[in-house]
Design a binder for this molecule. Structure first.
Ligand code: PLP
Length: 383
């Protein structure tokens, strides 16, 4: 029987044509499609600037570097995320301080972060990395107010939420990654995410200074801008003025990204249709699932049910060719983070959630029959 994974890319003939065209153009690496993808993506999420990079992890690393994370930095994030959200701080030598999730939303619990900041001397923490987990947009407005009060920056990990938005206290729509409440936001174009480039990532921002810094760090810290150089020996000359990396995204990958972005809203609507079908079926049968926010728009990267017999359900689904997944084992319990002083029991909400969570198949090309089959299988075994 055909395997039904939890997430899957959708490649159309138009995508293939776009990539093929890029292959026969002048550019394979930094060509015109990089700029085009950046501009179109920035406009999709409503940010001023976007910088395309090699993957979402590189986006996080550059974001942390641009915000000058170093070995005296302490940065707050959620234990329920992909490890990269925390790892970017370690790449820069900083300390990751986890804070527990809200049991309703499974997002970083605002009250706990506030308490953490208010119970520590000023200047203890430098930044917060909230994650739009599963596609549920973090309401960044209170986080931004809190961050301003304590002199902190915000990196929004929006990998799960392109196209998602929350409503602010003035009733205005705030797209994930629009740069209004976060200093920098980051996205991934890994094939299980909404938009696939193979590998790929993006940083969005409204801050021109940070934007320019990201451009520099993406390419080895090398500049040809005469205003930034100490000397100028001629047309060939460049200077390396900071320690950067090669975190570029290729023109070929951007060709795919641009083509995929055209269908992003269509894909999001499909995810909503599937979510509402799951919602209805599970509600009637008493299977618990994570709820979308009352206002705004959940981007449904993941559709998560909570079951008390999780391992049995996971194993049984697998026998039925349904490859559900677990997102995530809490990052603070990973042996690496335990070796840095974290331990099981530190964040009971995150750990309790982990015992029960299961991400069901959720992607735009999941057919009606497949949805029915997933529902039927869950209803038979879930407790
Ligand atoms: C996928 C993901 C990343 C990392 O993105 P890559 O492109 O795989 O490097 C970071 N954070 C979250 C929440 C993710 O889901």
């Amino acid at each position: 029987m055909k395997i039904i994974p939890y997430g899957k890319q959708n490649i159309t003939p138009e995508d293939i044509l776009a990539v093929t065209e890029s292959l026969t153009s002048e550019y394979l690496t930094q060509g015109p499609r990089v700029n085009e993808f950046e501009q179109k993506f920035a406009s999709y999420v409503g940010a001023k600037y976007a910088v395309a990079v090699a993957n979402g992890t590189a986006a996080l690393h550059l974001a942390a570097l641009a915000l000058e994370v170093n070995k005296s930095s302490k940065i707050i994030t959620t234990p329920i995320t992909f490890a990269a959200s925390a790892n970017c701080i370690r790449y820069c030598g900083g300390e990751v301080v986890f804070s527990d999730v809200d049991p309703e939303t499974i997002l970083l619990d605002f009250k706990k972060v506030k308490h953490l900041l208010e119970s520590s001397p000023k200047g203890t923490y430098q930044g917060i990395i909230p994650v739009d987990f599963a596609g549920y947009p973090v309401n960044l407005e209170p986080f931004k107010n809190l961050a301003d009060e304590h002199g902190l920056w915000i990196i929004e990990d929006a990998c799960h939420a392109p196209g998602g938005f929350f409503m602010n206290s003035h009733g205005q729509k705030q797209m994930c990654g629009n740069g209004v409440y976060a200093d920098l936001s980051i996205f991934s174009f890994h094939p299980v995410k909404h938009i696939a480039c193979g590998e790929g990532g993006m940083v969005t921002t409204n801050n021109k200074g940070l934007y320019e810094k990201l451009l520099l760090l993406r390419t080895h810290g090398i500049t040809r801008d005469s205003h930034l150089m100490k000397e100028n020996h001629g047309g060939w000359y460049y200077e390396m003025i900071d320690l950067g990396y090669n975190y570029r995204l290729t023109d070929m990958q951007c060709a795919l990204g641009i083509s995929q972005l055209r269908r992003a809203n269509e894909g999001l609507s499909k995810r909503w249709e599937i979510a509402s079908k799951y919602d209805k079926a599970f509600k009637n049968a008493g299977v618990r699932s994570l709820k979308p926010p009352a206002s705004g728009k959940h981007a449904y990267h993941l559709y998560i049910v909570l079951v008390s017999n999780r391992k049995a359900v996971y194993d049984e689904l697998r026998k039925n060719s349904i490859y559900a997944q677990i997102h995530y084992a809490p990052v603070h319990t990973m042996p690496y983070y335990q070796s840095l002083g974290n331990k099981k029991g530190d964040f009971p909400q995150a750990e309790n959630y982990y015992e029960q969570c299961l991400s069901l198949p959720m992607y735009p090309t999941l057919t009606e029959e497949e949805q029915d089959y997933v529902i039927k299988s869950i209803l038979e075994i879930a407790k």
